[in-house]
Design a protein around this ligand. Structure first.
Ligand code: BG6
Length: 510
């Protein structure tokens, strides 16, 4: 290669360095917490590495722990070095980025903390010559969201010279009623367009790609309906257990933790109608419409069309794995679901009668999130005795890991006669684009600072999702479960297989 010649990636975004975010201060409540360390800081640092942040960009962390700016910077540096994925740590970039990191010890229940926050913000903005834009990020206990919003309002921080936005982490309520209550508290201070409810699944590249796949191509959409689709399976399996979050998880369970938010958003993305434009209102309107079309299970249907599971102890690969009830912080008689599956029907012209099966669980055999779309079998196979046992027409959108898309279909096996075998056509992100994929938090933080809410959920979507899961939760609350009902490392309880078998289907083994 000639000196000075650089290999260029044909897929690289030529405008990437133009897309710098406007000057802003990100104020993180809960700055000493897990999310800040594992996700937010590595994502912000990545944005700095990509030169997406403007010169004045600042982060002000708040939490109860006493720390100086210097101690906070050191702590964040260690976290970024530890949790940064797919990128080298660049000390020089870090030093520049760290100059914009600040810390303020404060208790969210103390009104004086908000006064100090106000003064600190002003000092930072003046010193860095900033325009006064502030993104408040709530990464605290959900029970503190309303308190923080009120504190900000009372200190006059909800309005200012520049824009003010509020990013809220899930869970948005524990049920429909508490979600509405939370919404009232937030709306007392911020207008809906200023509230960014984060669902990190929507920020995943592969979830965004579902829309590119469906609406950027002409060939798939004509098949994307009840005439050609037999059923859909959405799986989010995790091999990890509750990882030190036993106390939180015990109050939450799989249905609330994954289905109410992430997986119903994925379902909405798979099922929604095309939006005429790609902007926050149009896309979210379509997602919300789809969520409202999901048929609500009647209490007597929950028994057959929803399945709860909880893992018990097992020996996996020579290691003893504790059951959920043996995890720290968990009640030894806990009735919490660590596995949840449900069958949903979408009542509209496109999808009437097509089952959408959803499942998620902890301590399943592997980590895999995918959407499998099973097409109708060929109406007549003319090759005698050769109809494959399991009809292969299957489209798999792999959300993670091994991000990609596979289309499986029947093919003639070479040799005499007509023998059919399933084969696969594969697209793989890694090999096709050769570029590092941004993390969901990188995408979503960038969007919030730019004022783009397309990939954030909206209050009506949150309420529509609670409407879907609430009847299941209510039945489960009063039901006796024979827990544990699957050993750690298995694909969930047998009842989940029966749920599909009723309609002549079976779960795919990803
Ligand atoms: C979180 C849940 O929202 O999503 C966790 O609270 C879960 O329990 C996580 O592990 C899964 O996210 P991802 O991106 O690893 O699939």
């Amino acid at each position: 290669m000639a000196a000075g010649t650089q290999l260029t990636n044909p897929f690289e975004d030529p405008l990437r360095y133009e897309r710098r975010v406007p000057e802003a201060t990100v104020v993180i409540f809960g700055a000493n917490g897990d999310l800040t360390r594992r996700k937010l800081m590595p994502a912000l640092y990545r944005l700095a590495l990509e030169r997406r942040l403007s010169a004045g960009f600042a982060v002000l962390g708040i939490s109860r722990t006493p720390m100086t700016d210097e101690q906070f910077r050191e702590k964040m540096r260690q976290s970024v070095e530890r949790f940064l994925e797919n990128s080298p740590f660049d000390a020089q970039v870090w030093d520049g980025f760290a100059k914009g990191l600040f810390y303020l010890p404060g208790d969210v229940h103390d009104p004086a903390a908000y006064q100090r926050l106000s003064q600190r913000l002003e000092a930072i903005e003046q010193a860095r010559n900033m325009a006064g834009n502030v993104l408040f990020y709530l990464s605290t206990q959900p029970s503190q969201y309303a308190t923080v919003a009120q504190g900000l309002s009372q200190a006059g921080l909800a309005n200012g010279r520049g824009w003010r936005r509020l990013v809220v982490e899930k869970p948005f309520g524990h049920d429909g009623a508490s979600a509405r209550e939370l919404d009232r508290s937030l709306h007392a201070v911020f207008a809906e367009p200023e509230i960014y409810r984060i669902d990190h699944y929507l920020g995943k590249e592969t979830v965004q790609n579902i829309l590119a796949f469906r609406f950027g191509n002409g060939i798939f959409e004509p098949l994307w309906n009840r005439r050609y689709v037999n059923h859909v399976q959405i799986t989010a399996a995790e091999s990890i257990g509750v990882e030190g979050r036993g106390a939180f998880y015990q109050e939450t369970g799989a249905l609330r933790d994954m289905i109410q938010n992430h997986l119903l958003q994925v379902l909405a993305t798979v099922g929604m109608e095309p939006s005429a434009t790609y902007d926050a209102q149009a896309v979210r309107d379509e997602r919300a419409k789809l969520l409202r079309c999901i048929r609500i299970l009647k209490p007597e249907e929950v028994e057959q069309d929803a399945v709860a599971g909880q893992y018990g102890p097992a020996r996996i690969g020579g290691t003893e794995v504790p059951g959920f009830r043996q995890e720290p912080g968990v009640d030894p008689a806990s009735r919490t679901d660590t596995y949840a599956a449900a069958t949903f029907f979408i009542e509209n012209w496109r999808w009437a009668g097509v089952p959408f099966y959803i499942r998620t669980g902890k301590r399943l055999p592997k980590r895999v999130t995918e959407i499998a779309i099973r097409f109708q079998p060929a109406p007549h196979v003319p090759f005698e005795g050769q109809a494959p046992e399991a009809p292969p027409d299957l489209l798999v959108l792999r959300i993670q890991p091994d991000e990609g898309i596979s289309l499986k279909f029947a093919s003639k096996q070479p040799g005499p006669g007509m023998r059919l075998r399933p084969v696969s056509m594969d697209f793989n992100y890694g090999t096709s684009f050769g570029e590092r994929t941004p993390s969901a938090y990188e995408t979503l933080l960038l969007d919030a600072i730019q004022g783009d809410a397309t990939l954030y959920t909206r209050q009506d979507m949150v309420e529509a999702s609670w409407r879907v899961v609430q009847p299941i939760l209510e039945v489960w609350e009063n039901r006796k479960f024979d827990f544990p009902n699957y050993p750690a490392g298995a694909w969930g309880p047998e009842a989940a297989d029966r749920m599909l078998a009723r309609r002549g289907h079976e779960w795919r083994r990803p």
